[in-house]
Design a protein around this ligand. Structure first.
Ligand code: DLL
Length: 443
């Protein structure tokens, strides 16, 4: 068994908890002194850093939500002077301003080590050729994964996103052995490889997939189609990016690196869930310098698997994610808020007040976003040409705001069901997979 940082990965629980306790105390002190948002919140709640002595005191601290990052846009939550921040990333697809996160040089170093732990855990070695087929911009999946590959010494192939034919050509020509991308893009790559008859030319052996929910069904399809072992990778920009939790070769739950991330599973009222009960994952960063967050509400629903793992790592495992606690949708790896769709539609005078968004994943393939939109009577000329012009206009506008393509169905006024209560603006048909997974895990 190979480990990248055995001193952390194999640390006995009592030692690990003592490390967490020390790190928690120091993070609390740091944000209290340097981040006005936390200083004011803690003062309001009547707590001071010295009140936090044990891990049990965690529940006395304020929680942080995505909206708090937006309110402090862009650099308001930095806990170090601006000139110590060597990089920023920003999250895709949020209403209004994006959420910005910052890193010191040490943050980049420890993030790279955490990514290296993940890759070594799934069996990547220095001899591997590792294609990173995600966006290298503000999205943390590009540079985050890239630095991890370089840190552990495999060969990084920064192919970025798009141009599937070229991705496959590179994969064959370079003899790529490890692939990282979103699971939906992996399914598309697999489908294209099959259609072109090139699967047998590939040397892939490991796939690391994440940034969006996927199922064991999809894993099976990918493993069969590409002759690989496929691993689930979880992360979020607010904690660093990818790497926060990752499956080991058991493929049964994601180890969360508890020396850096202190976790809680909470219900909607901020109370801890009973062991094994799903709830929202809440994380406190323990080793981040530039922008540590206290009790960050990830919005992601999961539960802790308490069993020891045969891989020897002592960090606990999270069940594959079951969904989101809020209304954020993740479509092809991109975060989409229904309110963004609403803003775009409502800004167009031809569009009425009713719309419905349907997200589907056809035969575990790519996510498809279809939006039924009612037109205003006066905008309806009856000319087909006008309709398709209108359809294109809405599709283009949405694409530029959401960064993800959607299909628009223009429908007549009165088509979308009216309800007395909350209208059901979002129909997420992909939920079915998550529920199946849970039923299976429990049986
Ligand atoms: O998606 C970081 C990342 C990049 C993770 C590459 C894995 C691989 P954000 O753009 O900030 O960061 O989006 C974070 O994506 O809160 C989850 O809702 C969702 N998510 C990420 N990984 C998984 C996963 C990156 N394996 C948000 N399963 C998170 C389910 C996931 N959801």
């Amino acid at each position: 068994m190979n480990y990248w940082q055995p001193e952390f990965e194999l640390m006995r629980r009592p030692e690990l908890e003592e490390l967490q306790r020390k790190r928690l105390k120091s993070v609390v002190e740091k944000v209290y002194q340097n981040v006005p948002f936390y200083h004011n919140k803690m003062k309001e709640m009547g707590i001071a850093p010295q009140d936090i002595q044990s891990l049990k005191d965690l529940s006395r601290l304020p929680t942080t939500k995505k909206v708090n990052l937006r309110e402090n846009y862009p650099f308001g939550l930095f806990a170090v002077p601006r000139d110590e921040v060597v990089r920023v990333h920003a999250s895709s697809g949020t209403t209004g301003k994006p959420t910005v996160v910052g890193y010191t040089r040490n943050d980049i170093e420890s993030w790279s080590d955490i990514m290296a732990r993940d890759f070594v855990m799934v069996g990547v070695t220095k001899g591997d050729i590792f294609q990173n087929a995600v966006n290298y911009g503000f999205f943390t999946g590009g540079l985050g994964v890239h630095y991890g590959i370089e840190r552990m010494g495999a060969m990084a192939v920064p192919s970025g996103v798009g141009n599937t034919e070229r991705q496959l050509e590179i994969m064959q020509d370079f003899g790529v052995t490890v692939l990282h991308c979103t699971p939906s893009y992996a399914l598309y790559l697999a489908e294209t490889a099959k259609a072109r008859g090139v699967v047998d030319n590939l040397k892939l052996r490991i796939g690391c997939f994440g940034a969006e929910p996927w199922s064991d069904e999809a894993r099976k399809d990918l493993e069969e189609a590409l002759h690989i072992k496929a691993y689930d990778s979880y992360g979020l920009s607010e904690m660093c990016g990818p790497g926060v939790a990752f499956e080991c070769q058991e493929q049964n739950g994601l180890h969360i690196w508890e020396d850096s991330f202190l976790i809680e599973i909470l219900d909607k009222e901020d109370n801890p869930c009973a062991p094994g009960e799903p709830g929202e994952l809440v994380i406190t960063s323990l080793s981040k310098e530039a922008m540590p967050l206290l009790r960050y509400r990830t919005g992601d629903v999961t539960y802790v698997l308490e069993d020891d793992c045969s891989c020897g790592r002592t960090s606990r495992k999270l069940h594959r994610f079951l969904g989101r606690a809020d209304d954020m949708l993740i479509v092809r790896g991109i975060n989409v808020f229904p309110s963004q769709i609403e803003d775009v539609l409502m800004s167009m005078p031809e569009i009425g007040d009713y719309f419905q968004v349907v997200v589907d994943r056809k035969t575990h393939g790519l996510d498809e976003l279809t939006i039924q939109v009612e037109m205003k009577d006066e905008a309806f000329t009856g000319e087909l040409q006008d309709l398709s012009r209108m359809q294109r206009k809405v599709e283009e506008k949405l694409k530029s705001v959401l960064n993800v393509r959607s299909k628009i169905d223009l429908v007549e006024k009165g088509t979308i069901p009216r309800t007395a209560g909350k209208s059901r603006k979002i129909v997420d048909r992909r939920d079915v997979y998550a529920k199946d997974e849970r039923a299976k895990a429990k049986s």
